[in-house]
Design a protein around this ligand. Structure first.
Ligand code: FMN
Length: 176
């Protein structure tokens, strides 16, 4: 490869795209390339929003694959929330009797009992424990890292008395 060209790569979704571009046109080419990828991504996002709908009943014989379930749980795990605290637990219910019991408590909506996996999101009330778990996870148990986070931890601790159960429920809605 001569100096007239440069090599780089872009990580687009989970695909690595290597490319060679003319050095003299580096900035223009890169801008066009990024714009094309962004536009393509945005249009497919809109297309997916147009395609999707809230199913009211499922074929009980069809099951969501483990690979798809992994993607769904990963998406929940990565959901941004206030402070990043994610003050909720989620449970994946596959037991048919339990699904039917929850269906009865959910205005008897058939989709609750016929779905492959029912994900139940529960807001947490034990916010002090949530905060401790959060800072334990962020510091990885390293006291030096924890000390560096002290200012942030103090701010979050000061916020907790003001966080109503409604606050935790709103975080669940964001994750939904
Ligand atoms: C927070 C939230 C709660 C919802 N709860 C229910 C529900 O209990 N039962 C139901 O059939 N649909 C429920 N929906 C689906 C909406 O009714 C549905 O998204 C809306 O009517 C638009 O239809 P579409 O999603 O098929 O385009 C809920 C949607 C959201 C965002």
């Amino acid at each position: 490869m001569t100096n007239d060209f440069f090599y780089d790569y872009l990580l687009y979704s989970d695909i690595l795209i290597p490319f060679y571009l003319k050095s003299s046109e580096k900035n223009t080419s890169l801008f066009c390339f990024h714009f094309y990828l962004f536009f393509h991504k945005f249009m497919s996002f809109l297309a997916n929003l147009n395609w999707r709908y809230a199913a009211k009943q499922f074929d009980p014989a069809k099951k969501v694959s483990e690979a798809d379930l992994d993607k769904i749980t990963e998406a929940i795990r990565l959901t941004p929330t206030s402070f990043g605290m994610q003050p909720y637990h989620f449970f994946i219910v596959t037991n048919q009797q339990k699904k039917e019991a929850i269906q009865a408590a959910a205005w008897n909506q058939p989709q609750v009992g016929t779905c492959s996996h029912l994900i139940v999101m529960c807001a947490r009330n034990d916010l002090i424990a949530v905060k401790d778990e959060y800072f334990d996870a962020m510091s990885g148990g390293d006291s030096e890292v924890r000390a560096k986070l002290a200012g942030f931890e103090e701010m979050v601790t000061g916020f907790i008395p003001h966080a109503s159960p409604e606050w935790a429920k709103k975080q669940v809605y964001i994750a939904q």
